[in-house]
Design a protein around this ligand. Structure first.
Ligand code: UN1
Length: 510
């Protein structure tokens, strides 16, 4: 079949052992390192990664700082074409990158395919957007003899801190935006996915991003992250991860003596779907299952709380139980797998504890049993539980766990209040065949992304700009037309051109 060459190419990487480490001025540093194991089977190694020490951090920031003056004056077309070249190289290396997504991050093959696609889209989109944004914006005409111009340039060294759940797409989304806008970058990947980030940076250098312009520092938040965000030389921070960490970074930046610098944060959610009695149960369940359980629920966009109007609740729950029975749990490198492992032992322990707790508080709808072959991995049973109120969920539970709440038609205003009361505002799903009703709910719930009569994951770059409100993030939306605006600083230059070159200039202007 047509798919065979793809799987054969993927297969070539099934036992590759990668060696990764900090990339400082293009040199891979060695030193204190750890062995990376697969979340699917912790007896399988993926490679070795060395972590950045103090000297590496210092050298990376100093070099990125020194490289800024030249990079930000490099024509935007040159920066954009390097990012287009990077997109080409991602496509050329896609089997290796997909294999890494499955082996290092435990993502399914379908998720790996989507991940490479999204990384490519981000590079191309920001390349195009930067050219638009940074070409001289038009201003109103000023007085005769005065020349007014608006220039956009990078802010300096941008620190990009990215999550393990999109180790290539969000990693390169942040990095490509910062670079396109004329910043130099020090990138810190999630500790759990340092090999994927390492390969991405190597490809960026190969594409023509100068090695001093893009530095790579794997390590922990406590060491690398804290040192970078506290550094007086940085010009901005772009972060995707937990709300708590975003607040911590904000506090660190607020203590900065010499500057006020921006944080662009995309954080968690307590995402709901509201289903009224006019909707179709089979379609609802299809969208619930993909929103809650694919990627093992490890997307910030994932559905956590399903509100079912009571007239339809029993039917939806019935179909849901059947659909959950069909989920294939197992090896992410098998194309049949729907639900792979969660990222690590800590994630598994927290999610298992939440399942035990929520089963006491609520009523179990279904908990899948884990099949043979998953014993060595960080697997969490896909679980659905009925609860009374969103308030029993004190935080986001980042895994394959769905909470269901029944509501009466007359209680819709209360449902909207409950969702808004969480303070999060990332995604919202609505199922209804009454358009007026759907649009009313869409309007009243404070979220960044609303999806009507479909699933609520998988925002497409440039098509569905992605990002939340409130506790879910600062904006601007990733993959949207305004994202780059926060990565630049502006300079208005007003020049009284009559003062230089004598009256000739003035006369020539009429
Ligand atoms: C995240 O999970 O950190 O729409 C955000 C989506 C993805 C979510 C990315 N863009 O599902």
């Amino acid at each position: 079949s047509e798919a065979e060459p793809f799987f054969a190419a993927l297969d070539k990487f099934k036992s590759t052992q990668w060696q990764a480490g900090p990339l400082v001025n293009g040199q891979t540093l060695t030193g204190e390192h750890k062995t990376v194991v697969s979340p699917f089977d912790t007896t399988q190694t993926v490679g070795q990664v060395a972590f950045a020490d103090k000297a590496a951090i210092e050298q990376a920031v100093a070099s990125a700082d020194a490289a800024f003056a030249t990079w930000t004056r490099t024509p935007v077309e040159v920066r954009a074409s390097a990012l287009q070249k990077l997109a080409d190289l991602l496509e050329e290396n896609r089997e290796e990158l997909i294999a890494l997504c499955t082996r290092e991050a435990g993502k399914s093959i379908q998720d790996g395919i989507d991940e490479v696609r999204e990384a490519v889209d981000f590079c191309r989109y920001y390349a195009v957007q930067a050219k638009k944004l940074m070409s001289k914006p038009e201003l109103l005409p000023g007085p005769t003899g005065e020349l007014n111009e608006l220039f956009l340039q990078g802010r300096g060294v941008f620190v990009c801190i990215s999550p393990w759940n999109f180790p290539l797409a969000i990693f390169l989304g942040q990095v490509s935006a910062a670079l396109a806008a004329g910043n130099t970058v020090v990138a810190k990947p999630a500790e759990q996915t340092s090999i994927i980030g390492y390969r991405a940076v190597q490809l960026a250098h190969q594409a023509g991003i100068p090695t001093d312009v893009l530095q790579y520092l794997p390590g922990t938040g406590a060491t690398v992250g804290n040192a970078l965000t506290a550094d007086e030389r940085i010009g901005g921070v772009c972060f995707t991860g937990s709300t708590g960490t975003a607040k911590l970074i904000n506090r660190t930046l607020a203590n900065r003596e010499g500057a006020i610098i921006p944080l662009i944060a995309e954080t968690g959610g307590q995402n709901a779907m509201v289903v009224d009695s006019t909707s179709q149960p089979e379609q609802v369940v299809n969208d619930v299952v993909s929103s809650s359980f694919t990627s093992a629920g490890q997307r910030c966009s994932a559905l956590r709380v399903l509100f079912l109007q009571e007239d339809i609740a029993d039917r939806v729950i019935d179909v849901l139980q059947g659909a959950m029975d069909e989920l294939v749990i197992g090896n992410p490198s098998s194309v049949k797998t729907d639900v792979g492992p969660v990222i690590d032992a800590t994630a598994k322990a927290n999610l298992d504890a939440h399942i035990d707790h929520i089963k006491q508080v609520g009523k179990l709808i279904k908990q899948m049993s884990l099949p043979a072959g998953t014993e060595n991995g960080h697997f969490v049973s896909p679980t659905a539980v009925e609860i009374d109120s969103i308030k029993v969920l004190e935080k986001e539970h980042f895994g394959p766990i769905l909470h269901v709440i029944r509501y009466k038609a007359a209680e819709l205003a209360h449902v909207i209040d409950e969702i808004n009361s969480t303070g999060f505002g990332l995604t919202l799903g609505i199922h209804s065949r009454n358009e007026g009703h759907a649009l009313e709910v869409a309007d009243k719930v404070n979220v960044g992304n609303v999806y009507i009569n479909r699933n609520q994951i998988g925002a497409v770059v440039g098509v569905q700009p992605f990002g939340g409100q409130g506790l879910s993030g600062t904006g601007p939306k990733a993959g949207g037309p305004h994202y780059l605006t926060r990565f630049v600083t502006e300079k208005t230059r007003t020049n009284n051109i009559t003062a230089i070159g004598g009256n000739a200039t003035l006369l020539s202007l009429g």
